[in-house]
Write a protein that binds this ligand. Structure first.
Ligand code: URA
Length: 199
């Protein structure tokens, strides 16, 4: 796919999400005057980060990982010498669940086809999942059901699976927010991020 085709296909996804009135989270946009968060970064990214769902700052700006978790993600990226603009960052669920609650299985099922299309357009070599929801969805999507274990066991490992466009590597990470409440988790995340250095 050319750069123009990728940009056009991603723009189409954005347009569809903007009018996704069947989402139970659409009303949150209207009530709170907030935005869906589609994703941002390089359309040619080798690494795609997938979080859970937008938080308060993200919904207010329409940008993924731009609040406290985003600051931690930025620190992690710079610790491995990777520019944020060279990766692509998105979430499974594109609208903020009220009170930052966990996304429901129905919400994940509703938004996941958009994520699937983003993956097929960007064709990353590595998918880095942030947190257990995206780990679970992505590992199942790529047929790694049998390798799924609690995130506390498999964080920082690298799995391989066939994608529609070739081989993809999947690396589950803790969600950066774990280090907000427990700063001792930050070095664990830093160590795990080292696996991305090989890419
Ligand atoms: N947490 C997420 O999972 N995604 C964001 O975009 C921000 C915080």
């Amino acid at each position: 796919m050319t750069e123009e085709e990728r940009t056009e296909s991603l723009r189409k996804i954005k347009e569809e999400i903007l009018i996704l009135k069947e989402s139970p989270l659409y009303i949150e946009r209207v009530n709170n005057k907030v935005f869906p968060v589609i994703g941002e970064g390089s359309h040619q990214a080798k690494i795609m980060f997938i979080g859970e769902a937008p938080g308060k700052n993200e919904a207010a700006t329409g940008r993924p990982f731009c609040g406290v978790s985003g600051k931690l993600l930025d620190e992690l990226l710079s610790s491995i010498g990777v520019e944020r603009s060279s990766v692509y960052i998105t979430n499974i669920v594109k609208d903020r669940p009220p009170m930052n609650r966990d996304p429901s299985p129905e919400e994940i099922a509703l938004y996941a086809p958009f994520l699937d299309r983003q993956i097929d357009i960007i064709q990353p070599s590595v998918i880095a999942t942030l947190g257990r929801f995206s780990m679970d969805y992505i590992m199942r999507k790529f047929g790694l059901d049998e390798s799924i274990e609690p995130i506390s066991k498999i964080h920082g490992r690298m799995f391989s699976a066939p994608a529609s466009y070739g081989e993809v590597r999947i690396s589950p990470f803790f969600h950066p927010a774990v280090a907000i409440y427990d700063r001792s988790k930050f070095p664990v995340l830093q160590k795990d991020f080292q696996v991305l250095k090989e890419i």
